[in-house]
Ligand binder design. Structure first.
Ligand code: HEC
Ligand code: HEC
Length: 341
């Protein structure tokens, strides 16, 4: 019951906040400098897009089986949606993470198109992870999100909690085959801009479209009971660290394009691609916890184009790998010597 109330509270506050966003957009038109006013375009101008008819959908939660297996699946879902209550700074099981929920980035319990859903996760493992240079199992991937996105440590991978998370992820991905390409998996890969992403434009987007919920300093909004965030932090001490997937601006831009401001969807996005890239650059240029990553990407040729820390197999700078322009890097990689990446 308390949970139902909490989620209603989020919906109401999101509605109220959207009204504020709309009002602030109207007023901000007068204040912005000419070169940064891309964010003042009315939301309705973006055309809505359709999704393919045979698109993956999460199974209905009414079909979670009864009995012990079902209990485990439901517990897993609860942990993934309200992670902070159990593992945050005031967590009831252990105080081992930053207060974010897995669901903050894996939206709607990891069921949402282009919202980092878990549809093909279990089917795809074990698999080689170029970041660690090792063959990994599903539990390893959960540990990494605890270490990076939740900037903490993970609970015991043999314990009931991780087992429950995996049971839910398996349930949600039932029927998905290894290697199957699903529409709406992970986050959308937006086309590269012809220029570097612009943090000044991004700041203007942030102020007019994000700040109302995520706070003027990106610090988010803690719920009154201090056990969880109503609006999660985008930077600062309590946000994801610089080893997290969201710290790559391509991942961030693709995520916000189809999901933010909260309520936006792939079918009805509210940001242009340029706004999404620029706000990604702005947010990821702000301070956040640092993770030692010197062991990552043992084969530097496999580093993603937008991975912001060198050394690189190409001659491009960290600055360009972080903010772009990315097309020249992509073109350079098409040469036969670098074909694999
Ligand atoms: C109406 C309130 C609202 C607005 C406006 C909003 N967000 Fe969010 N945002 C949320 C909520 C709520 C979540 C967590 C979703 C969940 O847990 O289901 C979230 C999650 C996120 C996340 C993932 C979690 C994190 O903290 O890193 C990012 C990134 C993000 N928002 C970026 C943005 C950006 C960029 C904008 C502006 C373009 C924006 N948001 C505008 C409410 C909002
Ligand atoms: C700040 C955002 C964020 C938070 C919070 C977060 N993740 Fe992730 N997660 C990502 C992104 C982005 C990716 C994909 C990009 C990558 O490979 O890093 C990802 C990837 C994953 C994957 C791999 C999915 C696949 O199909 O291969 C799993 C599993 C996962 N996360 C689990 C978790 C769990 C469990 C938690 C909570 C303990 C969590 N994540 C919290 C952003 C987040």
């Amino acid at each position: 019951m308390a949970r139902v109330k909490a989620s209603r509270h989020i919906i109401y506050s999101a509605l109220i906040a959207s009204v504020f966003v709309a009002i602030s957009i109207i007023f901000s038109c007068h204040n912005e400098k000419d070169n940064v006013n891309t964010s003042s375009q009315p939301i309705a101008k973006l055309p809505s897009v359709k999704i393919p008819a045979n698109t993956w959908r999460a199974p209905d939660s009414n079909t979670i089986p009864k009995g012990k297996t079902g209990q485990l699946i439901r517990y897993g879902k609860e942990l993934l949606t309200h992670t902070s209550i159990y593992f945050g700074p005031n967590g009831t099981i252990a105080k081992i993470s930053n207060g974010m929920n897995c669901q903050n980035c894996h939206l709607d319990g990891g069921s949402r198109l282009f919202g980092n859903n878990y549809a093909s996760f279990i089917a795809g493992y074990p698999k080689m992870n170029n970041r660690s240079g090792k063959i990994e199992h599903p539990a390893d991937r959960i540990v990494q999100c605890f270490n990076r996105s939740l900037a903490g440590i993970a609970p015991d991978t043999n314990g009931r909690e991780v087992t429950a998370m995996l049971a839910y992820m398996k349930w949600i991905g039932q029927g998905v085959k290894k290697g199957q390409q699903l529409f709406g998996a992970a986050s959308e890969k937006l086309a590269y801009l012809d220029r570097a992403a612009d943090t000044a434009n991004g700041r203007a987007v942030f102020i007019s479209k994000c700040q109302v919920c995520h706070g003027a300093n990106g610090q988010g909004l803690l719920a009154a009971d201090k056990k969880a965030y109503t609006y999660p932090p985008l930077w600062g001490n309590h946000s994801y660290n610089d080893g997290a997937g969201m710290y790559r601006i391509g991942n961030f831009a693709g995520f916000v394009k189809n999901n933010m401001p909260f309520g936006a969807t792939y079918q009805n996005a509210q940001l242009t691609d340029a706004e999404a890239w620029d706000v990604a650059a702005f947010v990821n240029s702000q301070l956040r916890p640092h993770k030692d990553q010197h062991r990552d990407w043992p084969d530097i040729k496999t580093k993603p184009i937008d991975f912001p820390f060198g050394p690189y197999a190409d001659g491009f700078s960290e600055q360009q790998h972080k903010y772009g322009p990315f097309k020249p890097i992509k073109d350079a990689r098409k040469t036969p010597t670098n074909k694999k990446s």
